[in-house]
Design a protein around this ligand. Sequence first.
Ligand code: GLV
Ligand code: MG
Length: 323
Amino acid sequence: MSSENQQRALRPRRSCLAVPGSNPRFLEKAQGLAADQVFLDLEDACAPLAKPEARHTIVKFLNEGDWSGKTRVVRVNDWTTEWTYRDVVTVVEGAGAELDCVMLPKVQAAAQIQALDMLLTQIEKTVGLEVGRIGIEAQIENAKGLVNVDEIAAASPRMETIVFGPADFMASINMKSLVVGEQPPGYPADAYHYILMRILMAARTHDLQAIDGPYLQIRDVEGYRKVAQRAAALGFDGKWVLHPGQVEASNEVFAPSQEDYDHAEMILDAYAYCTSEAGGKKGSAMLGDEMIDEASRKMALVVSGKGRAAGMKRTTSFTPEEA
Ligand code: GLV
Ligand code: MG
């Protein structure tokens, strides 16, 4: 864990909205949606012939749009194409001050993150932006990326998230299903468990966020919710949304329930009180019928952090008599 990563703000990313960089109508509409993050896409949602113009469209929308309250990300093309450097140069030179992160798809090795890091640093120096402010999101989309996910997670202090790309990943390992994110028929357990856990372990080891990728059956909100719950239950921080109808489900699934949020805040207050001078400097205490200690505080911090990031307000307050 690097000290730089400790200092990088963990931004809310319950819902990460994909918007094709070549579609001004969608870029306009996205600004009014309640997604925590938007990413303006130059990769697979943008046809090859449309990419050169889309770079400039994205610059214009970053500079002139109202993205307040949202993390602003651009997904560039991967390093095996001829487009990556021009994507980064045009977007960061033109709108670097209005950009929070660059998302790099199909990452397979730490060197690909380092190359992006160096390019960003040169542009920041050239145009007078704060060096290192723009973060990196790395998509894991094939077997090699997953095998190397630890070194990828550690590759740069700019790293903020590891993102699972199920569509490309399923194709890359020959998974026997065409429905992205759904279980392949004939397998009796969860075919994604290892992949998601592997990504989550790498992310948590390096204090990064773990984000689940798209669910393409955009009219099936219940299907979306189920797949999102699978990732949220393990500890993932958020999931892509491809359609306005998925935003609310994602925000709900990745935020704690009101009851859990209130409970977490109560644990934090009770533990702070019982370890204080006034509370008798105790290492553990009772909150109602529940014994709490330092480990309870850590668990509560995760839930309260997610709730606070989601803008939740507590509905209960702590009094010392409860501890
Ligand atoms: C996303 O990029 C995916 O391939 O699922
Ligand atoms: Mg992909």
